[in-house]
Unconditional design. Sequence first.
Lengths: 182, 327
Amino acid sequence: MSTLVAASAGNVLVWIVWVVAVFSCLGSGIAVITFSNPFYSALALIGNLGSLAVMYLLLSAEFVAAAQVLVYAGAVVVMFLFVIAYVGPRRETPWSGGPSWQTVGAVGAAGALLVEIVVAVGMQANGSLHSDGRVGAAFGTPAWVGRVFLIDHLLAFEITSVVLLIAAVGGVILGSHTRRTA
Amino acid sequence: MSEPWWISIIKAVVIVNIVLGLFAYLTLIERKVMGRMQLRYGPNRAGPYGLLQPIADLVKLVRKEAFAPSSAIELPYILAPIVSAFTAIAAFAFIPWGPGWTVHGWRINGEVANVSIGLIAIFALGSIGIYGFIVGGWASESKYSILGSMRTCAQLVSYEVSLALSVLGVVILGRSLNLPEIVARQGSWLPYAAPEFIGLVVFFFGGIAETSRAPFDLPEAEQELVAGYHTEYSGMRWGLFQMAEYINLITLSGLMVTLFFSGWHGPWDIGPIWFVLKTMAVLFVFIWLRTTLPRLRYDQLMRFGWKILLPVATVNAVVTALLVVAF
């Protein structure tokens, strides 16, 4: 009986954390694209990435959660802030909405993506979303993630790293080209 | 072997207070040690040997007017020191103080939070703490503050890479990111400082840069930037930034002891005391360096970080991995 009470109390806590994380994720996501000051947008992005990390934690993917905070909230957004602070305070809005067909197209594309995700997840899950996920104690640990990346899906992992390398080389080429012509 | 939640809370309160006390007296120790090294006495007026100096400092800071520049951006300006201080204290939850004990049948672990990703969690909290420094400088709307923030930003991003790569060797040897497991694997007689000496040196340099201490204290170079990102802060808000910096230093020393000097292990069974003694020894070296070395130039700092420290850390990690696989 006492374990049942403890379990339901734990469930209530999980629900509260989930609701808070979901709403702060949505709220900060909307804040990112509505703030006129890019510095505030970047700060909202930290909140967005942080609440995503909380949701990963609820899915017992603790390594992914920590990596999310360390890499995206920690390193990537710091670079954003660096650039924004370097360019300086710019009070006027940098982009005040393009032609109206762009807005309509963006909303349409986002809606299509949402439907696609819902359909894909629904088909993939095939009714198993009603029951709790059955994951072992090792799930989400660094060792588990390492096995999935470096043994089960090695080819996809390596191809992704090549894509990132190409992006880095492209950045260097674009940067050096501008310097030469200027 | 899990402990009840109320023991965790008691332990968290105790450890937070130990760390805060350590911070308060670290400021005194630093001023005393620097004073003796420069043939001065250091603070010696408040209490015997100046032992009440931290309390006098605290009373002064709390009673001081917390003024803010009229152009400062209110909310981020106030939140920034809180974020930095909070993440600094929270990071200490993952560092093990002892092997764990059983008192009256209750299990007490040697650390507050035992998670499989302790090491990454400490780095992640540290990277969130950086935002306090950056946002605080930006929200002050002052040229000196923003320059200090930019320097903090560039320096911390540059040296974070080397710092993370330098502990990779220890992670490979310890086969875990869980700090209690890494300590248990080292045992009393083979601290990882011996096989991972290069990793230790890189971690040490990276750590000085991450905590912005001399000779890498360019973000707060007082001759150039008044005080860097916290120029426009006063009273206890400034105190919180100072607290964040010193606790980051204590956490870094504790992490160094945990990863390279076998944590709480020692000849006698006095776990937490060994841990504190080793941490104090590392802190002493940090203070010693501050009085000994002059500040680097900015280009020297960047060149050292990217062209020397990063390649050395990378080669060290690769060689360690090869050796571990080979033997």
